[in-house]
Each structure stands twice: as C-alpha cells, then as structure tokens.
Ligand binder design. Structure first.
Ligand SMILES: [Zn+2]
Length: 206
C-alpha cells in the first residue's frame, strides 16, 4: 500500500505512521529524516540542503522532491510522513509514481481540534539525542534510550502558530487529493489506539 499521512502538529501523525508501517509491513519515510540523512552523506545535494537548514530557511521544493523521490526509487509500498507539503511536491510525486505504473492508494488526513492538539503539544517530550517524540508515558527514548526533554519553544503562542500555519499550508494539498478521490479524513481527537484502529478500517485493512 502506498500512503501519505497528513496532520497538524499534535494530531498523532508520528504515532500513526509508525503504527501503520509496522502493521502493513511497509517502510515509513519521514521527509525531515531523509533530508538529514542526505546532508550526512556530504553529497553536493546534501551540502546545498544544509545551507538552508542552517539558516532555518525552508528547503526549496525542487531539493526536497529530489531527495524523497530518490529514496522511493526501489520501493513498492510506503508511508510518507512530512511529504508532500506543497501542491508542486504532490504533482511531482504523482508523476514519478505514474512512471513506474504506481499510484497513491490513500491520503490519510488526521483531523484534530486545536484545543486537543495544544494539550498534546504541551505535554510533548522530545529525545535530546535523536529528536524522536514518544508517547507522554515514556521515561526514556524508546528508539535510542536518550534523555527526554520538553521542547523549549512549546508554549501556547508557538503551538498555535505552528498549528494554524500547517492548516493554511496544507489546504491546497487537501483540495488536490480530494479531487483525486483518495483523501480520507480520520478523527484524530480520540486516543492513539482508537485512531489507529479507525485508520485501518478506513483503509479497508479490517
Ligand atoms: Zn532518541
């Protein structure tokens, strides 16, 4: 199955994509991790990306597209998390898949009211070493054993801005996938287990 996961910060997108990857036995490709990995290789592409990351600028569409498509080259079945972010990226993905007679099966949008997302973000911890954000009840990072810390920029104001930016930025994508008839909206305000179950049902895996 070829999936894209969309959802504002606090929607449980990371949790859902990790769960689905496990359950469906397909790799989960997180665009921010792919970009970091490309930087680490020291390639020309990686070095160019690094210059944007260092200044905190958004990495341009063309570069993000290059990196993600490169990682998709030999894969059949995937979950994309963090990509596409723009309509241009969505079109590039569609064309690249079509060339291999592939297509997206579904785009899952995790719908969550701001108040719920805010509560979740306020209790959110991230790993100091690898940046992973586990469930609130974890005491150390389940991925690498690292120390968990509060995100320093997680106050109400920044959470609200990140949330609103996400909704605004992804609206064209939501419309794009609605037109393609592959968008599924999932109520992400319920606890993770229930949400994951609802996604499986919506994907016809139940
Ligand atoms: Zn970690």
């Amino acid at each position: 199955m070829n999936l894209v996961l969309l959802g504002p910060p606090g929607s449980g997108k990371g949790t859902a994509s990790a769960f689905l990857s496990d359950r469906l036995g397909v790799p989960r490709l997180v665009s921010s991790e792919l970009l970091k990995a490309e930087v680490k290789t020291g390639s020309v592409l990686g070095l160019t990306i690094a210059t944007y990351m260092e200044t905190g600028d958004l990495v341009p569409d063309d570069l993000v597209i290059k990196v993600v498509l490169k990682n998709l080259e030999n894969i059949r079945g995937f979950i994309l998390d963090g990509f596409p972010r723009t309509e241009k990226q969505a079109v590039a993905l569609k064309e690249a898949l079509a060339k291999r007679s592939m297509k997206l099966d579904k785009v899952v949008y995790l719908d969550v009211p701001f108040e719920t997302a805010k509560e979740r973000n306020l209790v959110r911890m991230v790993c100091k070493s690898c940046g992973f954000s586990p469930q609130p009840n974890e005491r150390t990072c389940p991925r690498c054993g690292g120390v968990l810390v509060r995100r320093l920029d997680d106050n109400e104001e920044t959470i609200k801005r990140r949330f609103e930016n996400y909704i605004k930025e992804t609206q064209p994508l939501v419309d794009f996938y609605k037109d393609e008839n592959i968008l599924v909206r999932i109520d992400a305000s319920s606890p993770a287990e229930k949400m994951n179950e609802n996604i499986l049902v919506a994907l016809g895996c139940r």
